[in-house]
Each structure stands twice: as C-alpha cells, then as structure tokens.
Design a binder for this molecule. Structure first.
Ligand code: MN
Length: 207
C-alpha cells in the first residue's frame, strides 16, 4: 500500500489572509505531495512495503538513510502541521492545556512569543515545536526534516519555517509569517488533544 497525500482538514482558502490558497497549492499540493511520491518510490526498493509511516521513519533513521528519512519525516511533519491550523478565531486553549500554558510559560502570549523567537532564530530550514517533556510544556526547534517522533518526543504543535512555507505570502519576512500564523490560526483543540494523548494524526494512521 502506498502512502497518500492526506486531505486538508479545511478548504484551501479557509485560512486567508494568514495563509493563502496559492500557498496551499504549492506547499501542500506540490511540496508535501513530492515527499509522498519520493517516499513511495523508495519503500519498494528498500524492502519496506507494508510498513507504517512511523516504521519507515524510524527504520530510515536507524539505517542512516538520509533520503528516505528526509522524505518520510517530511510527510509526517506536514500532515501534522496542517492539523495544527484552523480558521481564525475558531479555537482557544482550554482545560489542562490552558492550565499548563499558564503554569509553564505564564500565559498564551508568553508561549507564542517564545515559540516565535525560537522559530525566527532557527537557522535555515526546519520546524518550531511545542512538545511535552517530562510532564512539562517545552519549546524547541529541529533542523530540516527532523521530527519529534524520531527523537522520543511528544509533539503538540508545530510551525514550518522552511522558506517554502512563507515565501509566497510573506516573501523573506519569517517573523511576520510566524506572528500571523501563531496569533490567528492555531488549532488549539488539536493541540489539547495531543496533550491528552488523543491526537491521532493522519500521518500516524498511514500504512
Ligand atoms: Mn513545508
């Protein structure tokens, strides 16, 4: 069974003006799809038919197979990222998530500022992450295609800071892209589900 490009959880124009339909045409329709197609091209020749996406990612890491790792990890990261977004104002942190944001960061604004700073300062391509580590919320970033699920981390929220994520809508202005996305179109319901261990991403379900 081949991996597939997952449907977006909203229409391509639902996150405007923070993320345009044209960005989805390229970022989801071309970049994400290319990672799916390349991974599908690899799995047969590498004896991994029938493996789940997480199995492929972890096997590629163990083998030091960078081509397979980069493409398969990027499938997972992008599938997770699309689920981290939602139309403006449709969700807000609540319950345990809100309590932990308050206790670990001092509030939502402080969390978003910390994540924006981490992601802005991340050199070159990669991803900004909010993860759960030893019962506490933590902000970090990972390079290129690297992914928390290959590092024993529990991912809660991510933002893509590869140039292809923002160049159509924001050109070179990564900080403006991060502010616009983080302050307006985060799917806090999904983040809360991940915290409660109920967030089964579309990527996990593949394979
Ligand atoms: Mn991307």
């Amino acid at each position: 069974m081949a991996f597939t490009l997952p449907d977006l959880p909203y229409p391509k124009d639902a996150l405007q003006p923070h993320m345009s339909e044209e960005t989805f045409d390229y970022h989801w329709g071309k970049h994400h799809k290319a990672y799916v197609d390349k991974t599908n091209g690899f799995v047969g020749e590498k004896g991994l038919e029938g493996a789940s996406l997480l199995q492929v990612i972890r096997t590629a890491k163990e083998r030091g197979d960078k081509g397979l790792f980069n493409n398969s990890a990027q499938i997972w990261n992008h599938s997770f990222f699309w689920q981290c977004l939602a139309p403006q104002g449709s969700t807000a942190p609540s319950g345990r998530l809100k309590d932990m944001i308050d206790s670990d960061f001092g509030g939502q604004d402080a969390l978003l500022e910390k994540l924006a700073t981490e992601a802005t300062n991340h050199f070159a391509s990669g991803w900004g992450w909010l993860i759960l580590n030893s019962g506490k919320l933590e902000v970090t970033s990972l390079h290129d295609a690297d992914t928390p699920v290959a590092n024993g981390m529990t991912p809660l929220l991510t933002v893509d800071v590869w140039e292809h994520a923002y160049y159509i809508d924001y050109r070179n202005e990564r900080p403006r892209f991060l502010k616009s996305v983080l302050e307006n179109i985060i799917n806090w319901d999904f983040v809360g589900q991940n915290l409660d261990g109920q967030g089964e991403t579309r990527a996990d379900q593949q394979g």
